[in-house]
Each structure stands twice: as structure tokens, then as C-alpha cells.
Write a protein that binds this ligand. Sequence first.
Ligand code: SF4
Length: 318
Amino acid sequence: MRALALYSGGLDSLLAIKIMMSNGIEVIPISFVTPFYSPDIDYGSKILGVPVISIDITEEFISVLLSPPHGYGKNMNPCIDCHALMIRKAKDLLDEYNAKFIITGEVLGERPMSQNKWALKEVERSAGAEGLVVRPLSGALLPPTIPEEMGWIKREWLYDISGRKRSRQFELARLFGIEEYKTPAGGCLLTDIQFSKRLKFLIGIKGRPTREEFELLRIGRHFYIDGSWFLIGRNERENKLLRNSKIWRYMFFTIDYPGPTGIIVEGELIETAIRVLIRYSDAPKDTPIRVKVLRSSGESYIFESVSLDEEEIEKIRI
Ligand code: SF4
């Protein structure tokens, strides 16, 4: 008997998969990724002993994110609709993988908004997968599923774990020899308050941002003033990512002193952006500094300016 499993990168999904595997079910773990959430599939494949398949669902997820029928959680996390999307995608793949049902690591009551009895049922209903989702960690507390009724799995394989205490999961982790694991929901940027603030801002100015714009939210310091949105890298890795970005109008960096890379994505307020860049460079703050500016159209020029005051910078930081 074969099943697909949603692999989230956290301990619960690892355990759910391990429980079913240990009872002879052949499990194909799938990780649905977006710019906000991308589990470590190498780690998952190593622990599970089978390759985790990664599938990008960004385009569909953007529609869910912008208008989630069931609303958001504490921050910009549309968890019920996000789960429903992932389960619907998994359901659509069942035939392709010759699998019969879907496994998730959801635990009843672990997240009060998205993992209560109503929410679990609602997710299945919205996904058009009623009765097809097996939750091995809490299944003994939930109504029987089609796989149980059909005899594909046994009810006694399922656990009766509920609530936010994780002691039983840690016990199971020991049993399965899983030594290092990540916290649940860890890694989803949409649960982060600061990131959610930036995201709201971006949706506010763009309506329907593109994948590339969403991806930029993950890096750099962000600023917005009078219709101009610009970013300054915080380290070499981010500077490189900004240099490789395809959606800048202007790119700029200091010439005579080490410093970050900056890009303007929207707007024309080049002087303010340059003055912020100088603030984060190694250049002296009160003398004019040379900055090279590239335009996306190919021209370049040199601009001279001084650092902007800290107080002014804070006013425009997103
Ligand atoms: S935490 Fe993020 S990835 Fe997980 S269900 Fe919520 S929105 Fe989706």
C-alpha cells in the first residue's frame, strides 16, 4: 500500500511518516515549497531514508495568500487555506504515484487556530479530500478515515497525541532514533511578525506582487519613501543576491570604501537611497562619498553624497 505524505521539515511530519513506514506503508514524502517556506529536503531524505520530492506551488499559493477564504492566523499566515491547498495538490497527485491516501503530521490542538477538530475537517472539505487524510499522531482521537474503513491501515497504528505539549513526540523521536529536529512551523516566514509587516507593505503598494518581489522580502534592509522602494544588503551573501536580482531599476555601491550593494525596485528617489547606502558602508559619515549607480537600461554614472541621519533612516525603514 502506498501513500503520499506532506513533509513540512518539522518533527511531527517526520514522525507521522515514520509511524506509517514502520507499519509497512510505502510512503512518498512531498514538500510543497513557496518563497516563504522551503523545508530542508536533504535533511528529510536522510532521516526518512527515501527521497523527499520538492514541488513549487508559488503561483497558486500567491492567490491563497492574497485572499485566504479562512483568513490569517496571528500574522500573515493563512494556515487553513495553505493546508487545504497542499492537501488538494497531494490529492491530485495520488493517481500519478499510484498512492491511495495522504499522511500529514498534524496534531490535534497543537495550533489552536488551524489544528482543532473543525479546522482539520474543514481543510479536508476545502481540498476535496474528505476521509483521505490520515494523521498518525492524533488519528486515534479522530473519526475513522477511508484507509481505516478499507482496511489499508489499522486504527491501532494511530496515536492519541493532542495539545501543545511535545513530550510524546520527543519520546517517539527517541524511539525512531531521530536526534536533531526543527521546531514546528519553524521556517515559515509568514508566522514572523516582522516579515508579515513587510509583506503587508508590499501587498499594499503592489496589489499582486510577483514571485521575484516576494523573494526580495527575505533579504536585506528595506526602505520606502515617496513611491520609492529600495533595499540595502546586510552581508556579502545578500549583496550577491541583490546583484543577481532581475527586478532592479537602479543598483548602486560605494567606490572608494567597502560597503553593501543597494537596489531600487520601485521609484526614482536615488539620492535618498544612496545616502542610506553610505550610512551602511565603511565610509566616513560626514564627507561626500562617491557611489557608482547603474541603471537597468545599461547606463551608469557616479553620484556624490553624504550619509543620511540615523533618525531619518528609521522613519523610512519598513
Ligand atoms: S505555517 Fe506557513 S506553511 Fe505552515 S500552514 Fe501556515 S502558512 Fe502554510
